[in-house]
Ligand binder design. Structure first.
Ligand SMILES: [Zn+2]
Length: 85
């Protein structure tokens, strides 16, 4: 029983059931350019694995996509730290 709960945490649902924005069930898995919004600027991360809503175009990163986004955020943060002040 306890192990089952762990599995649910470690392996999140591979496919969200509904769009977070409009509630549509028409979700399509693809790679897309995902706009990351940061305070004061936006960076476009290319080839992020997402589920895209076919109805409103809303992008929801898959767990794999989220991992890539967090790596990009980390790299971007280091780049800022290394800029001459
Ligand atoms: Zn939608």
């Amino acid at each position: 029983m306890r192990e089952q709960r762990f599995r649910a945490i470690l392996f999140p649902m591979p496919k969200p059931r509904t769009c977070q924005q409009c509630g549509s069930h028409n979700l399509e898995r693809r790679s897309a350019t995902y706009p990351l919004t940061l305070p004061g600027r936006q960076i476009n991360v290319e080839r992020v694995k997402v589920h895209q809503c076919s109805d409103c175009g809303h992008l929801m990163p898959t767990p794999e996509g989220e991992a890539k986004l967090s790596r990009c955020l980390h790299a971007f943060g280091e780049m800022l730290d290394n800029l001459p002040k």
